[in-house]
Design a binder for this molecule. Structure first.
Ligand code: ADE
Length: 421
């Protein structure tokens, strides 16, 4: 259903979307608490906010929180395959949000939707992967001066934004939400770990126990995935280019080797590096019959898709989200979710409980950016430690976990340098 105010797949899905959002919000107590305060204090009153995130039940909880703060929100998807159409419908029809997102939209529609959010003339931008910020700087330069600040959700986006800052082209301050400890230590590790295994298993129903699972990258996402795949009984191989991370993977008990050595050993491959061309032609040539290939990184560039497809003499679709590519020698390779984020395309993305922390950081960083407008330069900033600590404190409280406080004696001891043996 496209009209001036939104472009969604089917308004009739709104009731399903409301149920999905309610289910997510049950497990997002920190965001709910922030929303209650925002509704009283209205820190974003009258501010136009452009949001480019995966359109999920969890994102809806954040969008409603921004709206409760007084923001005028326009929302588009940060990936063509991740939109939950029922959530898009609920936000558009029930909450009156300007939503431009349809699951499975092609690249043209994806960029058209980014432009629709740009048309909203956002004063605050909440991005995931930096596509909206990229569009503002490339195609809609005239709008950049009107942007107070941005926030960025993911590693890939932060890398792009730091490159923009280094090139001197970043037109407004951006808070790197991904850099908050209460974001990447939880969302990237536990969220990606669980949801990527969930996506691969839902798409294929393969038993991971006894299989060789190859993880590309040992950042926080790769670590989470390697831990969870091992927990399911897989024998895990890690690919890394960074010697420190490779060493950590080895001492965490994983086999570490170059991709060319892992290619003939793996049953399941999943990339999580944030870089391009991790699995390439020479690797596909060496993979076993039946190998499964997936990606957990933000963009669909980690698997060299043209090289994979040009090797196929036949393709089949044995199950939703599975493309079987038959190689010239008869081997069948199985590509999941078109090489896009398998956790969001083939499953529900990260569970709400962990998005609670990520999106609490988003909401509090948005409030901070608006309040600190005069103090921020056109740079990439880390989330203020006070926000990080507040999110951790609120999450512990919501989980019913109490912790000790330092005694006055302990505080004094930590500040002194005179007491030794
Ligand atoms: N990124 C990963 N999982 C997500 C989710 N459930 N909602 C929004 N963004 C996500």
């Amino acid at each position: 259903m496209a009209d001036a105010a939104h472009d969604i797949a089917d308004a009739a899905l709104a009731a399903d979307g409301l149920r999905r959002i309610a289910w997510a919000e049950r497990d997002m107590p920190v965001v709910r608490g922030i929303r209650e305060r925002f509704a009283r204090e209205r820190p974003l009153a009258g501010i136009r906010v452009g949001v480019c995130l995966h359109v999920s039940g969890e994102t809806a909880a954040l969008v409603r929180t921004l709206a409760a703060a007084g923001a005028d929100v326009a929302l588009c998807a940060s990936n063509p395959l991740s939109t939950q159409d029922d959530v898009a419908a609920a936000l558009a029809v029930e909450d009156g949000i300007a939503v431009f997102a349809r699951r499975g939209e092609d690249d043209d529609a994806y960029y058209r939707h980014l432009m629709r959010v740009a048309d909203h003339r956002p004063q605050l931008v909440i991005d995931d992967g930096a596509d909206l910020i990229g569009v503002l700087h490339a195609a809609r330069r005239e709008l950049v001066d009107g942007v107070i600040a941005g926030t960025e959700e993911t590693t890939t986006g932060v890398i792009r934004l730091r490159a923009m800052e280094a090139d001197g082209v970043l037109g407004f301050p951006v808070i790197a939400v991904n850099e908050a400890q209460t974001k990447h230590l939880f969302d990237n590790r536990y969220g990606t770990g669980q949801s990527v295994v969930d996506g691969i298993v839902r798409a294929t129903n393969v038993l991971l126990a006894g299989r060789t699972f190859v993880v590309g990258g040992y950042g926080w996402c790769g670590r989470g995935l390697a831990e969870r795949a091992r927990g399911m009984g897989a024998s895990v191989i890690v690919l890394e280019v960074d010697p420190l991370r490779a060493l950590q993977a080895a001492m965490d008990g994983f086999r570490v080797m170059p991709a060319a050595e892992a290619a003939p050993l793996g049953d399941v491959f999943c990339t999580a590096t944030g870089d391009t061309g991790v699995l390439r032609g020479e690797h596909f040539d060496a993979m076993r019959d039946g190998a499964i290939i997936a990606n957990a990184g933000h963009f669909n560039v980690e698997i060299d898709l043209p090289a994979l497809r040009e090797r196929a003499v036949e393709t089949h679709a044995p199950r939703p989200h599975v493309e079987e590519l038959v190689m010239v020698d008869g081997r069948r390779l199985h590509l999941l979710a078109e090489g896009r984020l398998v956790n969001l395309a083939a499953a529900d993305g990260h569970p709400a409980s962990v998005m609670d922390m990520s999106f609490a950081n988003q909401a509090l960083s948005a409030e901070y950016a608006v309040r600190s407008v005069d103090a921020l330069d056109k740079r990439v900033y880390v989330v203020p430690p006070a926000i990080d600590e507040e999110v951790a404190r609120l999450k512990l409280e919501a989980m019913g976990i109490g912790i000790d406080r330092l005694t006055p004696d302990q505080e004094r001891y930590l500040k002194s340098w005179s007491e030794g043996t």
